[in-house]
Design a protein around this ligand. Sequence first.
Ligand code: SAH
Length: 540
Amino acid sequence: MKKNDIIEIEITALSSECSGIGKKDGMVIFVPFSAIGDKLKVRVLKVNKTYAYAKIEEILTPSPDRITPDCPVYSKCGGCSLRHISYKAELAAKQKFVEDAFTRLGGLSPQFLPIIANDEIYGYRNKLQMPIGTDNDGNLTAGFYAFHSHRIIPCKKCLLQPDIFSDIVNEFLKAAQELNISAYDEIARKGILRHIYLRKGHYSGETALCIVAAKYIPALKELSEKLCRKFPQIKTSVININSEDTNVILGDKEIVLQGDGIISDTMCGNKINIAPKAFYQVNTPSAEKLYAAAREFADAKSKTVLDLYCGAGTIGLSMAKEAKKVIGVEIIPEAIENAKHNAQMNKIDNAEFICADAAEASKILLERNLRPDVIIVDPPRKGCGKQAAEQIAAFCAPRIVMVSCNAATAARDCAYFKQLGYETEKCVAVDMFSRTGHVETVVLLSKLKSTHHIEVELKTDELDLTSAESKATYDEIKAYVKKHTGLTVSSLNIAQVKQKCGIIERENYNKAKSKDSRQPKCPKEKEESIKEALLHFKMI
Ligand code: SAH
């Protein structure tokens, strides 16, 4: 197989990046914007040793899941990736992404509950961030970056945004053009307007306008005033100054031009204040369902709840009325200010908030003898990581509820927790980001109960087998194999070879979920290369 070959394949699965997967001549072929069941003619774009990327040339037989995408910039802007399949098919795909992450990446076998659907798949976002650029005619444009690039794809009406956002953006461009305010050019590092950032309270309708500019010029005030006059929904308007050469959207300096820099909304019955910088879930009704799932798993009645990575405190506060006490920890000071204020506004006096790193705060709270009954862990996409997991597990809380927007890192973290004595019991996916490839997951972890304690005397020769297990991590083995043979091996491959070689493997790693499900065998070539790595790391 080589670049530009035209081949015919059938798509049999979707990757977690939403590419269709087909096979040809023993090669795995990834085809973006295809659907399970599609029979396709594709053009090969890039060939690696065992897999290739291709794009659709012709749909020979369409999948029954296919629908006509209803957005003119679909497949160009980096937002949606599932607009070409029905919502039912999207939900099934997301359920599978999450199940695969936990079983295959994490080696775990929790009970999977059915995915919780989004009630409204159009206009559900309460936040918009659009980069500002200049088109070929010198006019200001706003849109979204193309996949993996900083090229702006202009978008006049994004179907994930409420109408009011499109109206404000279009008026913003017109007014900025009239006022002769230039767009910021990332390469030349010149110009003023970088992003338009909008937020809206789902229930309150209160809207925040935040203009992100490279520097302050008086015309920005005029621009803000024009928009506030035109749209009475704008309750607050802020200029955020970001003069850095960075991909981060918001800068440190803020000039509040209208209102007090925050908007209010209601979430899970609590009144919530939101500052532009504070994290706030972008789909309020689905976030309420997510929190309801977290609340059910937490079973917080009369208990002490530690809410780590708490943002503006929304999850912990949703449990505060039934809980004995809630302690929230978050690293962004503005979010903590919001959380404290949110507790006060709702007359919640059993909640306390700490601005700190989650792992560091856990260490200090443990030293101060805090013994939470339940710990909520809702980290950013990269997950909490091993060090934080160790610190969190040190509390020995009976329950941990993990909320995550990245099933892969959540599965990895749950595997750490397993080593630390926590069983991943239940897992439910929540669709908050319909039509995109993102999916949220809520997981219940329970401390393994030990009813008996036995004294064990270990001799050094007995330790050899167990220390073999800790000699090299899965990532180290994968990296070694890649470097020496160019092969990409999965954690499952490694686990299978380790088992064959008699190295203790994590329980359940190879257990099939159902009796009739088949597990792929590790190919001979990969097995040999993994054995070489195990030899290299002196594990066999
Ligand atoms: N639980 C909140 C926020 C979740 S998003 C909600 O549902 O709204 C993840 C949050 O983790 C963000 O607010 C981010 O600022 C915070 N965060 C990131 N790294 C952190 C760290 N090391 N320690 C504590 N909080 C952190």
